[in-house]
Design a binder for this molecule. Structure first.
Ligand SMILES: Cc1cc2nc3c(=O)[nH]c(=O)nc-3n(C[C@H](O)[C@H](O)[C@H](O)COP(=O)(O)O)c2cc1C
Length: 332
């Protein structure tokens, strides 16, 4: 049996955008080359020329289509313009209202718009403005978490809401292997979007020690202790590291602004100081106390046992799902 692709891609497998710069050209191209939808991540500040460079660099590594993720809570208009000028296949948006004008403009440029939502209300709004697919994020997800509901109850409600409209629903949160993929399909999704699994790949731009911790630790927690000053009211899910466990009850008035500098990082070409409790993800350039930084991960992290090439992740998802369906469900 063959699994159906979505949005013109061979497979319904999405590599989530990993902010601020963890899903770079190498990771996105590897996913694209394997038949999935890879998503770059636009900077959290206006930098259209830099973004065009990122897109062109990715095009140098793959002939296949790919997309870019934009966090709408940060300045983004010039970046979106650059994305539409470059005519990538997909514009993924998160954390903010996706206006109808944006969808119309994107469609005029031949770019599909795919928001990530965390509630039925957000899904309704997305359908109303004419999006091309919807990513439903459950509370199990790694990184920032926009909703309160678990994926299993929320996903089928969004599927029912979409009904027979041609809007594929994509599941996100805690999915790392073929079993999760098949479960999402059973709930009515046509695709899956994986963050943590693609973070733990050879091509991701995450710091090697961060990748090591993804293998080592099994538990995560939903919290708000990181990045309160820069991105307020934005809960997230992180690894339960010794640093996190020591500080998880951080008083509400504390934030990263007046904390000591614990490292340095070059993010999208800009050198930045990382203060304790900053929301910054350690990337390949980061120096300092990596283990005390925000190490985002989803609840499926305990199932990740090795760092793999990203193409292998896609292959195992597809082949594993086909096998599982054949062996467990075909003769019912
Ligand atoms: C390190 C990291 C960074 C992320 N950055 C973004 C982002 O910039 N934009 C976005 O839409 N989602 C982001 N996410 C969330 C993913 O889109 C997705 O919802 C989540 O990874 C799914 O859960 P999983 O990690 O269990 O697969 C991020 C996730 C992680 C782990």
């Amino acid at each position: 049996m063959a699994l159906r692709g979505i949005l013109g891609f061979e497979y319904g497998i999405v590599q989530a955008p990993l902010g601020p710069d963890i899903s770079g050209p190498e990771l996105v191209a590897a996913v694209a080359n394997a038949g999935g939808l890879g998503l770059l991540r636009a900077p959290d500040w206006e930098s259209p020329e830099y973004l065009k460079e990122l897109i062109r660099k990715t095009r140098g590594l793959t002939d296949k289509p790919f997309g870019v993720g934009v966090v709408l809570a940060f300045p983004h208009e010039e970046n979106v313009k650059a994305i539409l000028e470059e005519k990538v296949a997909v514009l993924q948006v998160y954390w903010g209202e996706c206006p109808q004008d944006l969808v119309v403009e994107a469609h005029r440029a031949g770019v599909k718009v795919v928001p990530q939502v965390g509630s039925i209300e957000e899904a309704k709004k997305a359908i109303d403005v004419g999006v091309d697919a919807i990513i439903v994020q459950g509370r199990e997800a790694g990184g920032h978490v926009i909703g309160q509901e678990a994926l299993f109850p929320l996903l089928p409600r969004v599927v029912d809401l979409v009904g027979d409209q041609d809007i594929p629903v994509i599941a996100a949160g805690g999915i790392v292997d073929a079993r999760g993929y098949v479960a999402a399909l059973a709930l009515g999704a046509e695709g899956v979007s994986l963050g943590t699994r693609f973070l733990a790949t050879e091509e991701s731009y995450a710091h090697p020690l961060y990748k090591k911790k993804l293998i080592e630790f099994e538990r995560t927690e939903y919290t708000d202790i990181f990045g309160r000053a820069r991105w307020p009211n934005a809960p997230h899910r992180v690894l339960q590291t010794p640093f996190f466990n020591e500080w998880k009850s951080l008083p509400a008035h504390e934030n990263e602004a007046n904390q000591p500098v614990i490292g340095l990082s070059t993010i999208h070409g800009k050198e930045k100081e990382i203060r304790r409790f900053a929301g910054t993800v350690p990337n390949l350039t980061t120096t300092g106390d990596i283990e005390s930084m925000a190490l985002y991960a989803g609840e499926g992290v305990g199932l990740i046992k090795e760092i793999l090439p990203a193409g292998e992740v896609v292959k195992r998802l597809v082949e594993g799902a086909q096998l599982l369906i054949q062996q467990k469900f075909s003769e019912i």
